[in-house]
Design a protein around this ligand. Structure first.
Ligand code: ATP
Ligand code: MG
Length: 311
């Protein structure tokens, strides 16, 4: 093995990507960097441009401008050279209703030139082994989704791209899907997974790109994003209205949150003791106090300025 990671140290590189539909800027100067290996979350609310970006990356629709690379190769120019290394689920894949999972996969393997021996292997990988015989139309949504993932694995690609893969799945299905993509990543694959549910991806992603209105807001390791800024102090008091006034007068940021107040400092970490003392000095006694660990959703709200503290 060479020490030189070479151009393919990055599975995906996107810069300055733009796409408009009439007056709508679906994707607006998007940047995304996906390292090789691991799970990368592509996060943004509904309509923020995730599917449009993925479709451009896969050459399904043309970009207006910008550059995209897969494994260091510029796409769409060199897509034919790299596409065998990519498996993707972008929209509902078509399977034959009256064929079993095994037969559907066997047909697909033939069509794309994958060895038939892969069929059994991928059924095993997605946890469909032993359940692959009934007709496709009798499968639950979760089984259909496993089959879709199995189909992307037939060619044993390096990069898997799943667009909103957990839509419609129940909590067990979501949990199983997470375990599957974790396993793929642990086995050396790169998994790019889009979602509008930030908390869901936080549990499995190593790195993320957070977008809104077609633009990249933040990128990097999840741990780094969660560490930046400071975790709020969660406090419960009998008179939250007066407490809010007192804390704000002391220069702190205050957000109501389900029977409690979330208190932040704009210039750095906040010591819970400071909150207790500030309130105590005004005769306000604290019944609960603790630091609330932020999640990606809170980071997102801060980035978009929907929550107090952001500029
Ligand atoms: N073919 C199209 N014609 C017109 N507008 C489109 C088209 N495709 C996407 N858009 C618009 O572009 C924007 C981005 O849509 P896109 O589907 O990429 O968002 P998304 O992040 O995938 O959303 P979701 O989470 O709902 O899947 C939206 O405003 C959408 O209405
Ligand atoms: Mg979408």
């Amino acid at each position: 093995m060479s020490d030189d990671p070479g151009p393919s140290a990055l599975a995906v590189e996107i810069a300055g990507l733009c796409k408009s539909y009439g007056a709508i800027k679906a994707v607006d100067q998007l940047t995304m960097t996906v390292p090789s290996g691991g799970v990368h979350g592509f996060l943004g609310p509904n309509g923020s441009g995730k599917t449009t970006s993925i479709r451009m990356l896969l050459g399904l629709i043309p970009a207006d401008s910008g550059t995209m690379r897969l494994f260091g190769e510029p796409v769409p120019q060199r897509l034919p050279q790299v596409i065998d290394q990519v498996g993707a689920i972008v929209e509902q894949p078509k399977f034959f209703d009256t064929f079993s999972a095994r037969k559907n996969l066997a047909l697909l393997a033939q069509a794309i030139g994958a060895p038939l021996s892969r069929v059994g292997e991928v059924l095993e990988q997605v946890g469909l082994a032993g359940r692959e015989r009934g007709d496709f139309r009798t499968y639950s949504l979760g089984m259909k989704q496993r089959l879709a993932v199995a189909a992307t694995l037939l060619k044993d690609p390096q990069l898997l791209i799943f667009d909103e893969p957990t839509n419609g799945l129940d909590p067990q299905g979501i949990h199983d899907f997470r375990a599957t993509i974790r396993q793929l990543a642990d086995g050396g694959k790169t998994v790019l997974v889009s979602s509008h549910i930030l908390a869901e991806v936080q549990q499995v992603a190593d790195t993320v790109t957070i977008i809104a209105r077609g633009r990249t807001l933040a990128e990097g390791p999840v741990a780094t994003l969660l560490a930046a800024g400071s975790d709020p102090v969660r406090v419960v008091v009998a008179d939250p209205q007066r407490a809010t006034g007192v804390l704000q007068a002391a220069g702190l940021g205050v957000q109501p949150a389900a029977g409690a107040l979330l208190v932040t400092r704009s210039d750095g970490p906040l010591d819970p003791a400071v909150v207790a003392r500030t309130l105590g000095e005004q005769g306000l006694w604290v019944s609960e106090l603790g630091v609330q660990r932020r999640n990606l959703e809170q980071v997102y709200l801060e980035l978009t300025g929907t929550v107090g503290g952001a500029a």
